[in-house]
Design a protein around this ligand. Structure first.
Ligand SMILES: O=S(=O)(O)c1ccc(O)c(O)c1
Ligand SMILES: [Fe+2]
Length: 351
């Protein structure tokens, strides 16, 4: 166990995605989602949402293999960047110090190959740009406010949970079965349901990046907009209401298949005794409060993750049961009412 304390992580702050066609990605992230371009050139586009004043919360970088290049957390001070370096050096993983400007708009940073196989960056200093909170002259009906969370696929959820707990994250909700198998967990540093979610499966892979809107109507507008463009095939799952987190949600697939969630209306978790909510993996309302089934691709597909040398990470398979096998399959028809074994099954009873 580390003798060096962990860095004081404030929140999930930005993601760097490799995309194969910058123009096509720009049409989606700017043309449909309405994210604001802070800077762009032939190699990359730096994007932010309307309430954000740091240089970016998403970098789209042109490259041969669509993948995740980095997930970045903001820490509370420049000293915490040094603490992050010490913490991960003591863990014995690869640690790279990055000079100011190594990523445009970001100051001195540390990028590590974390124990789960993800390229994780810690930074504090970053360029401030116009915060467009009140720029209603340019916000569309689907205006996105801010980055909210990362969701990663990793084979051993309890091990990942314990690793993030040592970094100071707390669990808000999780999904288990009666034998204590943990299928997913949601963990936070900022006082909402999560900054990081851990999805059990072959990993390391990126499941999604989520942005928050203020209102459900903004999510519905994005759906209508995609319909008008005849791009409704970008809608993978939702809109709907989550059980876990209670958020209203929509999952979209970008031109490379990276999954982006638009999310609103989760809840405050900031008190020290915030109760953990544990869901039964057979509860049909855990992932969609209205009981709508989860499309199989949502369980199966996720983005490749690059190592610090930009090589795709090899995957480690999950050894415990997969959620999609136990809930909608031969034996685990998800129930609507736990004590009602006769009715309420939405799948599996169709003839
Ligand atoms: O589908 S879940 O209700 O488990 C869920 C809850 C919150 C999220 O951010 C998410 O991606 C998925
Ligand atoms: Fe999410």
């Amino acid at each position: 166990m580390n003798t060096t304390p962990p860095p004081d992580i404030i929140r999930s702050a930005y993601a760097e995605l490799i995309v194969s066609d910058l123009a096509a990605s720009r049409a989606f992230y700017v043309g449909v989602l309405g994210l604001v371009v802070t800077f762009e050139d032939d190699d990359a586009i730096y994007l932010r949402a309307f309430e954000e004043y740091l240089h970016h919360s998403l970098v789209l970088r042109r490259g041969p293999v669509p993948a995740l290049a980095a997930l970045a957390y903001r820490v509370r001070s420049a000293a915490d960047v040094e603490t992050a370096a010490d913490y991960y050096e003591e863990l014995g993983v690869r640690v790279e110090r990055r000079a100011p400007g190594a990523t445009r708009g970001i100051g001195a940073a540390v990028r590590v190959a974390d124990p789960l196989g993800f390229p994780i960056e810690f930074f504090y200093d970053a360029e401030h740009v116009e915060r467009m909170t009140r720029r209603y002259d340019v916000q569309g009906a689907g205006a996105i406010s801010r980055l909210d969370h990362f969701n990663i696929v990793t084979p051993d959820v309890p091990a990942a949970r314990d690793y993030y707990a040592r970094l100071g994250f707390r669990v808000s909700e999780d999904i288990q079965d009666d034998d204590g198998v943990v299928y997913a967990a949601w963990m936070f540093r900022k006082a909402t349901v999560h900054d990081i979610a851990l999805t059990g499966g072959a990993g390391p892979r990126l499941h999604h990046i989520a942005f928050a809107t203020h209102e459900r109507s903004q999510i519905l507008h994005i759906c209508d907009h995609l319909g008008t463009l005849r791009e409704s095939d970008r809608i993978e799952r939702g809109p709907g209401r989550h059980g876990v987190s209670n958020a209203f949600y929509l999952y979209l697939l970008d031109p490379d298949g990276h999954r982006i969630e638009i999310y609103t209306h989760d809840y405050y978790t900031g008190d020290p005794d915030n109760p953990v909510v544990t869901w039964d993996v057979h509860d049909n309302q855990r992932r969609d409060w209205w009981g709508n089934p989860v499309v199989p691709s949502w369980y199966a597909n996720a983005s490749t993750v690059l190592d610090l040398d930009a090589h795709p990470m090899a995957l480690t398979e999950r050894t415990e049961a997969a959620e999609s096998d136990v809930t909608i399959g031969a034996d685990g028809f998800s129930y609507t009412r736990r004590d009602d074994a006769e009715t309420g099954f939405k799948l599996g009873t169709q003839v």
